[in-house]
Unconditional design. Structure first.
Ligand code: FES
Length: 198
């Protein structure tokens, strides 16, 4: 795929992103989209934040919302997911996220405020495609020892369930973590505002 094709692909995705409800990836996970996303009063004043209700987001499931015309994923990781992150470290390019973008409060081994919830911008750091959520474990079409993560089909970049990029793929850095914080007794994630650790 050429860079021009990738740009077109990305534009199509972003255009469709406000209306799509469906599964992304190998049909393994339904992706509820936008339904729980509402602009907050703070968002309206800031013009840049989005509230995401995570109170019904079950382990293993992911919400996809739009923030600043970018897809943002909110993934409820299972304990197994968290345990598996540690097994991947020798396969990653930037395990400690030293060369990657995230708020200081998400520069940790889970790249998150709370380990169980990953909040990440769903745009590949290579040329901007949106990777697939591939939570299955085992021998998959692009990796014989896959432990779940995100796969960018444009040029084969792989990311773990913390958005950390594998070594030896085209994407140079981990997926970007946006600013976010928890509100409403931690039932809502507010994307676009820095709240730090709660
Ligand atoms: S855009 Fe090239 S690998 Fe993702």
């Amino acid at each position: 795929m050429s860079e021009q094709d990738v740009d077109k692909s990305r534009r199509r995705f972003l255009t469709a992103a406000t209306t799509v409800v469906g599964a992304i990836g190998a049909g393994v996970v339904a992706v509820p989209f936008v339904g729980s996303m509402v602009p907050s009063a703070r968002a309206l004043s800031a013009g840049a934040s989005v509230e995401v209700d995570i109170s019904k987001l079950e382990p293993g499931r992911r919400l996809v919302v739009e923030w600043r015309k970018q897809p943002v994923w909110v993934l409820h990781r299972t304990q197994q997911n968290l345990d598996d992150l540690a097994k991947l470290e020798d396969k990653l390019a930037d395990t400690e996220s030293n060369s990657s973008k995230q708020p200081a409060y998400a520069k940790n081994k889970h790249r998150a405020i709370k380990p169980e919830y990953l909040v990440v911008i769903g745009i590949c750091t290579h040329l901007g495609c949106s990777p697939q959520y591939r939570p299955e474990v085992g021998n998959v079409d692009f990796d014989s020892g896959w432990l779940g993560g995100f796969f960018c089909a444009c040029h084969g970049s792989k990311f773990d369930l913390a958005g950390r990029v594998y070594a030896g793929v085209p994407a140079p850095t981990n997926l970007v973590i946006p600013p976010y914080m928890y509100i409403n007794n931690d039932k809502v994630v507010l994307i676009g505002e820095d709240g730090g650790v709660v």
